[in-house]
Design a protein around this ligand. Structure first.
Ligand code: SAM
Length: 1006
């Protein structure tokens, strides 16, 4: 038996700091952020990955108290603090005794603190400070901070080795000179292995999906191989001074940019004629005086805006291909409004571009669209075009395109120009020599183009886009040869390696550069398909998959690969190069293609495990990644023949519960559960005994209603798998992984947060417990867990399911929970009990609110904001120790003609001042906050928080409670408001605290 110690993550984690940083970066990824290397779904934020792995590897101070006691300075400081606390406690004890004697209720004082408690607390604070600095993106390359963090990991490791030094059987596991390797078996785009590598661990990443494996090679395997090498590309014209020292992957990154430029120039020679410039003629200026400054110039086109067309269903115009334009707006930026105006002449139409605010702005905004989905009107006759007509035209291959506008590069921003026949003709002249014939999966949840006859990947690119992507993919092999010969010329072959080894090195380097160029082509494809659209709001392109689906687009932006927009190859190579430059390169890394069902961890060594498995049926990684695979395969098949052996991404073994792949729901669930159980059991067998496993799980998947309320099939199946694999939950942390989730609605499948489950193998000595004792344990532990979740600002929409984690923590301490007949409860029963107890616990929290708020809560549960009988309201008010008249005065209720109703946020007075309110209630505070947030944004809400002081926090708690009520009562609109307030909370607090810099007294209250 090995002797293990508790790790920090099993006790504490600076959750708020991690969540705040994660959300910030998710809203907008900074330049060089790892997620910009390649598109993937459910990419974990750097802050979470880094913070969790660190906290999983360092000891909790409670396990090295001897050391802490031996630190004289720390001990003296702790003794002083302890004295203060004991004195303060004495006062509380006296108050408590007095209250008890007077027959009043007061919560009992907590246990007496000890010196060890204070020592451990101080030490945790020190470790928290390291984590809080470590997780910040701007500290990513701070070597002294990284060294400090790595030092802490090593120190904990040495303690572990010392503890196990006498155990000869554990000698292999505990080598004080070498840390155990790290392995993530569901690596995706590599966030976790990358951060493990940065923290000094040997990093292993595996995934079933070849695209994910390739990304991990680019992330952790390739950079360390070429760390510190200068670039091999000959200096470009005008490039005189090159740095003398090339740190990390800087040289490789520089080459990716240079060969990206080479690829761009070479492609332009071959296919540049397909991307004509636009000459600004006197005739154009006459019609558009704003173009005067460009008269005679040939502007570079960066995108062509097309609309798909179908024949008009109106018999009078059945010979006309009419546009399906979801908008005619090109730029909606204030002061820069530009739009497309259709001009109808007889039975033909043309488009012309106009600048300025359109008079009929609603009509322009809607284009020819009538309603959501495939519902348009005929431009010529205004007759509706029913979706059935569009389906059948599409399926018959009669869907066409027409050019609506051209976007060109101006001196200070975009210039929008009317389409020309010449530009249409040139686009139509492109003939691709190859196209990806692979069919999209027939799953309308993720792929809607096949419903309109666009069945294969080649159908969602224009011929010109196919020509460009084929040209670039072919150029990757040519770039190989170039890089190889440049490497030899730069002396790689004579680098003391000998000719043969040097030649191999040059070959490997050329392949490495090729990998990053191929990733850049993926990015070109992302912005260069006919699914990518134009965003009038910020005059930029939207990529193919902003959501985890390929959704039909009606009008689209065909970006030029030679322009400066997101679809430009040079732009894409530069983005990849910037991400590469910041990769750590400091320790060995390897990526392999394996199914988690039978992955051999870290070349058969026991490994530290942090992993992020697929979430039941939420994302179809294999299906979606085919979009990139077809192009990557074309570029890199010769370099990685086995990785790209199949025509499409392998799908059968993917742990995603898709009924269409497994022949129905039940089979899909069984497949997911069995696969996940085997994967988890595999991890338990091979993980290093010193470290707990950390497993991310994002909930809010398919849900099933039963008599006990709602449980999520995704959660249940996953927890079942964990339990069957013999894992016990020793901690749970809600991590905000999805950034700005105000959009995450009720009833959607979207994820707001993940739970990090901290797991250890279940103790072989775990005892059984009876149902009643289990419920008692839940009742005593869940309130604290709930408080912790709310303190971490968990989205209300996720609270109920997040609380399942701590509930499972209680459950997994026991071998099993037995019912009255001695039968073991199933996970489903256990979940039902946890949810029921949770309901009771949250209802009990209501006791903390003022009487008016408690009345309003009970009323809201029944009537929402609707009217109800005065008599009923009055009776309820007696029970809650308040009165309807009083609540009218308090400003939360309207009462007239025998009816009573709660005031909606929008009805509340906007000159409300909490300080002047003689009957301030939590209800009022919350609904005023919602009013201000919805009308004045986070800044306005922050101002109100300032004046509410400590009452603001009570209002936030109330938002959680009301969300639960709305969810139960299916009041989606109100629920969204409560969810949105909590989601905006960190930002509101940040703004409130910012302005408190001038008002420290208020700051203290917050
Ligand atoms: C939630 S994602 C991981 C995301 C990753 N943490 C990131 O930050 O990008 C889950 C991954 O599991 C992979 N996967 C699905 N089934 C698998 C299996 N049977 N074996 C290994 N990997 C699998 C998917 O390809 C996907 O990349």
């Amino acid at each position: 038996m090995t002797v293990t110690s508790k790790k920090l993550i099993e006790v504490a984690l600076p959750l708020e700091a991690i969540n705040e940083e994660g959300a910030l970066r998710k809203r907008k990824a900074p330049s060089g952020y790892p997620t910009t290397l390649h598109k993937w779904w459910a990419q974990r934020p750097v802050a979470a990955a880094r913070g969790v792995i660190f906290a999983q590897m360092v000891d909790d101070p409670s396990s090295y108290l001897d050391e802490l006691r031996g630190d004289d300075k720390l001990r003296r400081k702790a003794e002083r603090e302890l004295k203060k606390r004991l004195n303060a406690r004495e006062v509380v004890v006296a108050e408590f005794e007095q209250a008890t004697r007077a027959g009043l209720t007061m919560s009992a004082p907590g246990p007496e603190p000890t010196l060890d408690d204070v020592l451990a607390e101080f030490e945790r604070e020190r470790l928290f400070k390291i984590i809080e600095d470590l997780i910040l993106w701007e500290n990513t390359t701070d070597e002294s901070l990284l060294t400090k963090a790595r030092g802490e990991i090593w120190q904990s490791w040495r303690r572990a080795c010392a503890r196990n030094a006498d155990n000869s059987r554990a000698a292999e596991l505990f080598n004080r000179h070498s840390l155990p390797p790290f392995h993530d078996v569901f690596a995706g785009s590599g966030a976790l292995p990358l951060e493990a590598q940065r923290l000094g661990l040997e990093a292993h990443a595996s995934d079933l999906n070849p695209v994910a494996v390739l990304i991990n090679k680019a992330m952790i395997e390739i950079p360390p191989k070429f760390a510190g090498r200068p670039p091999v590309h000959p200096p470009e014209e005008g490039q005189t001074e090159l740095p003398r020292e090339w740190k990390g992957a800087h040289g490789l990154a520089e080459d990716v940019r240079s060969y990206g430029q080479w690829m761009r120039d070479e492609a332009e020679k071959r296919i540049g004629h397909l991307y004509p410039k636009v000459e600004i003629t006197a005739e154009m200026v006459k019609e558009r005086p704003d173009l005067k400054q460009y008269l005679g110039q040939r502007l570079t086109a960066i995108a062509w805006i097309w609309a798909r067309t179908v024949k008009s269903p109106n018999p009078a115009f059945s010979h006309v291909d009419v546009p399906l334009a979801s908008t005619f707006m090109l730029s909606s930026k204030a002061g820069k409004e530009t739009y497309v105006q259709p001009v109808i002449e007889g039975d033909v139409y043309r488009f012309t571009v106009r600048v300025g605010k359109p008079k009929n702005s609603e009509a322009v905004k809607n284009g020819t669209k009538l309603a959501r989905g495939a519902n348009f009107k005929c431009l010529m006759s205004d007759s509706p075009i029913p979706s059935e007509h569009i389906y059948s035209e599409g399926k018959a291959g009669r869907m066409g395109t027409c050019l609506m506008a051209i976007v060109a590069e101006g001196e200070r921003g975009r210039v929008y120009l009317s389409p020309t026949m010449a530009h249409t003709a040139i686009a139509e002249s492109a003939i691709p020599s190859w196209k990806p014939e692979l069919l999209m999966s027939e799953n309308p949840r993720w792929f809607s183009p096949p419903m309109y006859g666009l069945a294969s990947y080649s159908d969602i690119f224009t011929p010109r886009q196919l020509v460009a992507l084929t040209t670039f993919s072919d150029l990757v092999s040519e770039a190989h040869e170039r890089v190889k010969s440049d490497s030899v010329a730069a002396g790689m072959a004579d680098d003391g390696l000998g000719l043969e080894a040097g030649g191999k090195e040059a070959q490997a380097y050329a392949e490495a550069v090729g990998v990053y160029l191929a990733l850049a082509i993926s990015r070109v494809a992302d912005y260069g398909s006919s699914i990518a659209t134009w965003r009038p709001k910020d005059s930029a392109m939207r990529s193919t998959m902003p959501k985890q689906a390929i959704q039909m687009s009606w009008d689209f932006a065909e970006g030029s690969p030679f322009g400066s927009s997101s679809s430009g190859i040079l732009e894409c190579a530069t983005v990849v190069s910037k991400a590469l430059k910041l990769l750590p390169c400091n320790s060995f890394g390897v990526a392999s293609q394996q199914s988690a069902r039978e992955t051999t961890l870290a070349a058969s060594r026991s490994a530290v495990v942090s992993t992020d498995p697929p979430y039941y049926d939420n994302i179809g990684y294999a299906d979606l990644s085919d979009f990139y695979y077809v192009w990557l395969r074309r570029s890199l098949r010769n370099v990685f023949p086995s990785l790209f052996a199949t025509l499409a991404v392998p799908k059968a073994e993917e742990f995603v519960a898709t009924p269409y792949r497994h022949g129905g729901r039940d089979n899909a669930e069984r497949f997911f559960m069995d696969g996940m159980t085997q994967a988890m059991a595999n991890l338990v067998r091979q993980s290093h005994p010193e470290y707990p496993l950390t497993i991310y799980y994002a909930y809010k998947q398919s849900e099933t209603e039963d008599e006990s309320g709602t449980t999520s099939t995704g959660w249940e199946t996953f927890l079942n798998a964990i339990n069957r694999a013999g894992l016990a939950v020793s901690g749970t942390w809600p991590i905000n992984t999805e950034g700005d989730n105000r959009q995450v609605g009720i009833g959607t499948n979207a994820l707001a947060s993940s739970i990090v489950l901290v797991c250890r193998p279940k103790s072989p000595h775990a005892k059984s417990i009876v149902r009643r004792d289990f419920v008692d344990a839940l009742k005593s532990e869940l309130p604290q867990a709930l408080r912790l979740l709310q303190a971490g600002n968990i989205a209300p929409v996720d609270l109920a399911q997040a609380a399942i984690g701590p509930g499972m923590g209680v459950f997994s301490r026991y071998a099993q929970v037995l019912d009255a007949e001695g039968k073991a409860l199933t996970i489903h029963d256990v979940l039902t009990l946890i949810i029921q107890t949770l309901d009771e616990v949250t209802a009990e929290q209501e006791g903390d609110f003022d009487a008016d708020t408690r009345w309003a809560l009970a009323w809201f549960e029944q009537a929402g904001f609707d009217e109800g009988e005065y008599g009923v309201a009055e009776t309820l008010s007696k029970a809650k120790n308040t009165s309807v008249v009083g609540m009218v005065q308090a400003g939360i209720v309207a009462s007239s003609r025998g009816k009573v109703r709660l005031l909606k946020p929008a009805e509340l007075p906007d000159d409300w001042e909490p300080a002047n309110d003689a009957r301030l209630t939590a209800w009022e505070g919350l609904h005023h906050l919602i009013r201000v947030l919805e009308s004045g944004g986070e800044g306005g809400a922050a101002e109100l928080v300032r004046t509410l002081g400590s009452q603001a926090e009570v209002a936030r708690e109330l938002a959680y409670r009301l969300f639960t009520v709305c969810e139960r009562r299916k009041r989606a609109a109100e629920a969204l408001s409560y969810n949105a307030l909590v989601q905006s909370w960190p930002e509101i607090m940040r703004l409130a605290q910012q302005s408190h810099a001038e008002d420290p007294e208020q700051g203290r209250l917050l």
